[in-house]
Design a protein around this ligand. Structure first.
Ligand code: 1CP
Length: 349
C-alpha cells in the first residue's frame, strides 16, 4: 500500500514530523507543459486516459521520473465522479468542463445518484491499485470540494462570478444544503475508496470556495466540508484542503478537520501559520507565474517561500495553484533541486 513507499518525507511533513528535506510536488504536475503528455493527448482525450488504467498510471508517474517530486497525484479530473452521479459533461479544449444539462431545479438535485465507486469507476481504483505497488513515492488521491463541484453543475461550466450558484445558495438554502450534503457524502465515499485502494493521502480541491464571504462559507459550506472530512478521518490518511483566494478562510479550514491546509500565493506562509495554529501542516505557495521569470529571479522567489514555510514543522512546498500549460519543464526541475537543497530545520522559537 501507499505507506510502504520508499520516500516518505511528504507523509512525514503532512503529520508535522521531522524531515531530511522539504517535500515538494506540484498541483497539475501531469499536464500540457510536458511534451510527452502533449504527445499522448494527440491520440487520447483526457477522459480516455482516465479510463485506461495502464496509460493513466503512466501519465501519473511521468512527473515523478522527470521532476523528482516527492508525491504523485492521481491523473484524473474533479468532474469524473460527477458523471457517475448522473450528470453527463464533456471536457472542452481551452474551456474546461461543460455540463450537458446544468443543475437548476429541485428535481435535478433529487435525481443525483450516490454512486458505488467500485461499480461506477472501477478504472480509477484499478489505476490506484497498480500505482500503489509500483511508485517510489506516496500517491495522492483527490476529489473536488462540494462548492466547486456545485459551481460547475449549476453554472453549466466555468464561471467568473458563480452568480447562479450563489443565487441558489441564498434563495433556496434548503435545496442548497441538500445538494451540498449529497456531494459531501458522495465525495467521502469516493475518497474512502481511493484510500482503501492505496492512496496514502487525499486532497480536496475546493478551488473556487474563496469566492465566498467568510459568513456565507461558514453558513453554507463549512458544515459539509467538516462532515466530508470526518467521514474519512478514521482511515488515518492525511487530508489536504485547498482553494484559491482563501486567505480569510484558512482558520476555518483547519477547524473543519484538515490535516494539511493548502495556501495560494497571495497569503504569506508565516501569516497563514498564525491563522491555522500549530495543529495542521501547510502546503504552498509559489506563484505559478514566477516560473516564467529567469532562473535567478525564480530562485529568489523559491527561497522566500521556503524561508517562510520552514518557520514551523509541517511544511510541503507546492505552487499556489496549478502549473500553467506553457511552463518550461526545466524550470520545474530547477525548483525541485533548490527545494531539496534547502536545510529544512526550523529556527527554534
Ligand atoms: O486535456 C487537458 O490537458 C486539459 C487540461 C486539464 C487537465 C490536465 C483538465 C481540464 N483537467 C486536467 C487534469 C486534472 N484536473 C488534474 C490532474 C492531476 C494533476 O494535478 O497533475 C487535477 C488534479 C484536476 C483537478 C481540477 N479540474 C480542478 C481543481 C484544480 C484546479 O486547477 O483548481 C478543477 C477546477 C478542474 C476543472 C477543470 N478541468 C479541466 C480544466 C481546464 C478545468 C478548469 C476550468 C476552469 O477554469 O473553471
Amino acid at each position: 500500500m501507499g505507506t510502504s513507499a520508499v520516500n516518505d518525507r511528504f507523509l512525514r511533513a503532512c503529520r508535522r514530523q521531522p524531515v531530511d528535506r522539504v517535500p515538494v510536488w506540484f498541483m497539475r504536475q501531469a499536464g500540457r507543459y510536458d511534451p510527452e503528455y502533449r504527445a499522448i493527448r494527440q491520440s487520447y482525450t483526457l477522459l480516455d486516459i482516465c479510463r485506461e488504467p495502464e496509460l493513466c498510471a503512466r501519465v501519473t508517474r511521468m512527473p515523478v521520473d522527470q521532476l523528482g517530486v516527492d508525491a504523485a497525484i492521481l491523473f484524473s479530473d474533479i468532474m469524473v465522479p460527477i458523471g457517475a452521479m448522473g450528470m453527463p459533461f464533456s471536457l472542452q479544449e481551452n474551456v474546461g468542463p461543460v455540463m450537458e444539462r446544468p443543475l437548476r431545479s429541485e428535481e435535478d438535485v433529487e435525481g443525483l445518484r450516490l454512486f458505488h465507486p467500485e461499480e461506477a469507476l472501477p478504472y480509477v481504483l484499478e489505476t490506484i491499485r497498480h500505482l500503489a505497488t509500483t511508485l517510489p513515492v506516496p500517491l495522492i488521491g483527490f476529489a473536488g470540494g462540494p462548492f466547486t463541484l456545485a459551481s460547475y453543475m449549476v453554472e453549466g461550466g466555468p464561471s467568473r462570478d458563480y452568480a447562479r450558484t450563489k443565487a441558489m445558495m441564498l434563495a433556496r438554502p434548503d435545496l442548497w444544503h441538500r445538494l451540498m450534503d449529497k456531494l459531501a457524502r458522495a465525495m467521502a465515499g469516493y475518497l474512502r475508496a481511493q484510500i482503501q485502494a492505496g492512496c496514502a493521502a487525499v486532497q480536496i480541491f475546493d478551488s473556487w470556495v474563496g469566492s465566498l464571504s467568510v459568513h456565507t462559507f461558514r453558513a453554507h459550506v463549512k458544515p459539509h466540508i467538516q462532515q466530508l472530512m470526518a467521514e474519512i478521518a478514521d482511515l488515518g490518511a492525511p487530508i489536504i484542503y485547498f482553494g484559491v483566494q482563501t486567505g480569510e478562510l484558512l482558520a476555518d479550514f483547519a477547524e473543519a478537520g484538515a490535516t494539511v491546509v493548502g495556501v495560494d500565493w497571495r497569503t504569506p506562509l508565516d501569516r497563514a501559520r498564525k491563522r491555522v495554529g500549530a495543529s495542521v501542516a501547510l502546503q504552498g505557495n509559489l506563484d505559478p507565474v514566477s516560473l516564467f521569470a529567469p532562473p535567478e529571479a525564480l530562485r529568489r522567489e523559491v527561497e522566500t517561500v521556503l524561508q517562510l514555510g520552514c518557520q514551523s514543522p509541517g511544511y510541503i512546498f507546492n505552487l499556489g495553484h496549478g502549473v500553467k500549460p506553457t511552463t518550461d519543464l526545466a524550470q520545474l526541475q530547477r525548483v525541485v533541486e533548490w527545494v531539496h537543497g534547502f536545510d529544512p530545520i526550523p529556527s527554534v522559537g
